[in-house]
Design a protein around this ligand. Sequence first.
Ligand code: DP6
Length: 342
Amino acid sequence: MSQAIQQKFVHQVIGHSSEQNRLATTKKLGKGKAPVNIALSKYWGKRDSVLNLPTNSSLSISLPGLGTETKIEVLNPQTTQEDQVYLNGQPLEASNAFANRVSRFLNFFRATPQTFFKVTTVNSVPTAAGLASSASGYAALVLALNDLFSWNLDNKALSLLARFGSGSASRSLFSGFAIWHQGQQADGLDSYAEAIETTWPEFCVGLLEIDVKQKPVSSTQGMQNTVETCALYQAWPKQANQDLQTLLKAIELKDFETLGKTAEHNALTMHATMIATWPPIVYWQPESVEAMHKIWHLREQGVQVYFTMDAGPNLKLLFLETEKPAIKQAFKAIKVLEPFKD
Ligand code: DP6
């Protein structure tokens, strides 16, 4: 049943031509490239896990130069009985969680049950360490499929398909700020992301890597447990949608203080729901908390710096160019990105 709903969704997005046309390849190889994105107002919780529809809208900033490059080709059915997935140069076992998830997604794009793919994906971010690699990963994979099958889909359709792979991927089709509309429809066709046209050249994001090991609980699992067991979660969708409105205004007015405060508070509220989940989900390491205190101390001294965090121990610092020397002085190992200049 759920597979029929999913298949219908995919068909609606990629168009109404016959199955044969949609999944016929004229090219040998499809390529796609997409940036990671960091949510300033987070997606946490699904209202529909079959179509991967969120409980709330979210807003992000993409980080050019960091992301995923993916190539996809159709394998010879005479010699192959399964997909081949390569991650950062390494072939993965079909049982590997990453390869398995990619293959389940590709099930919707096989011309026949005997069609298998070779997927070669290279991440310039550590996979599954809370640096949003699934976001750039599914956006790049959808772009590669669009290229392989010559669909010529528009950004809305690409975003819908990427969302179906991984929610945050809906926002990785764009550079700069993007908003993912939660949508209302049961068919999921109104839940996609769009670019926010404002540019903010002084805007900086600092990546503070605390630990880049695979996270213990995936975002998918973590948000499901939160929705099911956390009483505090009830308050989340309302705050998240309010924060999003505040952020939109702050971006329009280039009001950095409001943006920073709202993003930090939003991230900490999301983490509060994780902590109040059972079994508890605590992505933080002692060094994450230490870094938070350092940021609060810097703010007391007048440095305008805020942070956000995803499903992992790493911090992403938000500040304007004028604060770059102070930030680099305080955090020696930080990697500073300028989303509108890089
Ligand atoms: C904390 O997009 O990885 O990074 O849709 O289940 O694949 P799935 O989840 P995913 O969740 C991202 C959660 C987050 C917040 C965000 O990016 O908005």
